[in-house]
Design a binder for this molecule. Structure first.
Ligand code: SF4
Length: 380
């Protein structure tokens, strides 16, 4: 089934580490954006079965519930959205109240994903986040009170000045709240980000690599013990509550992305919309210059991506499925290069599956480079 992604490019303030496609909230531009995104959905409608809608950003919860409702209606008009569709809204703790969240639910949202990042105020301040740890806890409780039974929380590890014990404090606070899903990411400090300059000025450092491995492994162990299932390198869920939308990205699925800078992968091609919100609102018209980039995906491209993303999953790759889709035997093709990782205990190959161990997940990128091979050229 198809997934729909809606990019909402507005934030109340810009965090010092952020490199997403976003800009500061402007009322008038926001109104033009909502009209444009509904228009885009209608222009690209195709009536096919669709079981997920994901509002990502930016800060989607900055929109009013009526606006979210109008976008969901446009999706329902243009696509055969299933009755039990997973409709996720990314939300920031500082911008919500129980009433606002109840209104989002009324508008059709079924799942919330809060960008908490840390349950320590000193860490949140270093990241220039607008919320406090107290507000994050309150937002989660408001979500429950508003009737949401599927709530995800995001945390980030490897923050400036963060120790292993401080990181685990946040993990314990999350477990104590008991969300249905959690995403644990490592902070990447980009070369030109204000955070990098701030770190240099304030002489903040990040934990050494061995500590990061500890952060990752110990948090996953605590989440295991609390009844969460790790299903992807960075994601855990209570049984039955994995993100159906994100699984499409990891299982060679198809999706349409609406909004500025949104990517789509469908019918063997990947496209990207224009990134600038002002250009986007003008470009959405029949024949308008909405698509900035189109790339046909060869079967080699698709296979390489399917191997990369599939190995991110705890279930790993099914040898039979890879053979059926791409006509290769995984182990015959890559076994010689993968065996050293197996010997180190980073990779398991049995029962027709190839999967990373938790220690291997820490080195996933290194292992995945095995799958990069030049595409076969045309025969002479
Ligand atoms: S709220 Fe999220 S998208 Fe917005 S600036 Fe901060 S990190 Fe970036």
């Amino acid at each position: 089934m198809l997934g729909l992604y809606v990019h909402v490019p507005f934030c109340a303030a810009i965090c010092n580490y952020c490199n997403f496609n976003r800009g500061l909230f402007q009322q008038e531009l926001k109104e033009r954006y909502v009209e444009a995104v509904c228009r885009e959905i209608r222009l690209r409608a195709r009536g096919v079965a669709t079981d997920t809608i994901f509002f990502g950003g930016g800060t989607p919860s900055i929109l009013e519930a009526e606006e979210i409702g109008a976008i969901i209606r446009a999706c329902r008009d243009g696509f055969a959205v299933t009755a039990d569709a997973e409709i996720t809204l990314e939300a920031n703790p500082e911008g919500v109240t129980e009433e606002r969240l109840a209104a989002f639910r009324q508008a059709g949202v079924t799942r919330l994903s809060f960008g908490v990042q840390s349950f320590r105020d000193d860490e949140l301040r270093r990241l220039t986040r607008l919320h406090s740890a107290h507000r994050a806890v309150a937002a989660f409780r408001e979500a429950r009170a508003a009737g949401f039974d599927n709530v995800s929380l995001d945390l980030m590890m490897w923050l400036p000045q963060q120790t292993v014990a401080e990181w685990l404090e946040s993990v314990d606070a999350l477990i104590e709240l008991g969300p249905d899903h959690a995403s644990l990411y490592m902070l990447e400090v980009y070369p030109n980000s204000p955070l990098r300059e701030q770190m240099a000025r304030a002489e903040w450092s990040v934990a050494p690599d061995d500590d990061v491995a500890d952060m990752y492994l110990q948090s996953m162990e605590r989440l295991d013990a609390a009844g969460y299932e790790q299903y992807e390198i960075s994601n855990v869920a209570k049984p039955g509550l994995r993100s159906r939308h994100n699984l499409k990205y990891w299982t060679d699925g198809e999706w349409l992305g609406f909004g500025p800078g949104a990517h789509s992968t469908i019918d063997g091609a990947r496209t990207r919309n224009v990134s600038s919100t002002t250009e986007y609102v003008d470009a959405v018209r029949p024949g308008g210059p909405l698509v900035a980039e189109t790339r046909r995906l060869s079967s080699h491209d698709r296979m390489e991506e399917a191997l990369f993303t599939g190995l991110r999953l705890s279930d790993g790759l099914s040898v039979d499925l890879v053979r059926a889709k791409f006509g290769i035997d995984l182990w015959t093709e890559f076994g010689a290069e993968l065996q050293p990782f197996r010997d180190l205990g980073w990779l398991i190959y049995d029962e027709g599956r190839l999967r990373l161990t938790r220690a291997g997940m820490l080195l996933a990128h290194e292992i995945m480079t095995v799958f990069i091979r030049p595409a076969a050229g045309p025969s002479a």
